[in-house]
Ligand binder design. Structure first.
Ligand code: 13P
Length: 254
């Protein structure tokens, strides 16, 4: 049984004090986290200690938006997966399309980051997704299949719960355009076939595959209806308590 996951990627938004207010309001409105879905917030690095403090004991998880491909050492400006894990984080996004685009991160680097996350005891959320012209050429599935294989090269999670894959079509991020529920499901199914090839069918059956890109309370239920879609990686709609809460409730009612 795959527990649906709603993960809020706050990107470079909010100060530590704004984060504290958000966590307090969210937990007040949520009450005890019900079973049946998982919620996680992925804020920028300086907000992680606040997340650790405020979310402690709440049943809501947190994680980082990136980690270094190195474990430790003289790498100014980098953040080690071990530093993130020591705070009590559960997740680390690796290979987000914004990192691939603006920092030219290659899938080989993404695979190294995923390995460091696993070694530190974090669950990597490995992101993949095609640009609009790739989809318009009808090549979205083969492109994402290749990108995923390269991003998981040498990555060996011990348990299926120890890996999450997020399909985020680049053209749907922050644009208000969402993939159709059918396209999201078709891609999630293709992703699960890659996971079956790499790790075996039983393992693949238990790995969570998320969709991301302009998820909102109005479109989430339809996207989640796909049998291979196990939740969402949410940008804009995770910044407001009410909309994130509504997404978590949708996942609970799945
Ligand atoms: P939006 O939900 O703002 O489109 O962002 C999606 C995303 O990039 C999450 O990682």
């Amino acid at each position: 049984m795959r527990t649906p996951l709603v993960a809020g990627n706050w990107k470079m938004h909010k100060t530590p004090s704004e984060a504290r207010v958000w966590f307090n309001e969210f937990l007040d409105e949520l009450g005890p986290m019900p079973e049946g879905a998982e919620a996680a917030i992925l804020p920028s690095f300086p907000l992680l200690p606040v997340a650790a403090e405020e979310l402690a004991g709440s049943g809501v998880f947190f994680g980082a938006q990136d980690v270094s491909a190195h474990d430790w050492g003289a790498y100014t400006g980098e953040v080690s997966a071990y530093q993130v894990a020591d705070l009590g984080a559960k997740y680390a996004i690796v290979g987000h399309s914004e990192r691939r685009k603006y920092w030219k991160e290659a899938s080989s680097l993404v695979a190294e980051k995923a390995k460091r996350a696993l070694e530190a005891g974090l669950v990597p959320i490995v992101c993949v997704g095609e640009e609009l012209e790739v989809r318009e050429r009808g090549e979205a599935i083969p492109f994402v299949v290749d990108q995923l294989k390269a991003s998981l090269e040498g990555v060996r999670p011990e348990r299926p719960e120890g890996l999450v894959v997020a399909y985020e079509p680049v053209w749907a991020i922050g644009t208000g355009k969402t993939a159709t529920a059918g396209d999201a499901e078709a891609m999630a199914e293709a992703i699960r076939s890659v996971l079956a090839e790499l790790f075996g069918p039983e393992f693949a059956e238990e790995v969570r595959v998320l969709y991301g890109g302009s998820i909102k309370p109005e479109n989430f239920a339809e996207i989640l209806a796909g049998p291979n879609v196990d939740g969402g990686l949410v940008g804009g709609a995770s910044l407001k308590v009410d909309s994130f809460l509504s997404l978590v409730k949708t996942a609970l009612n799945r």
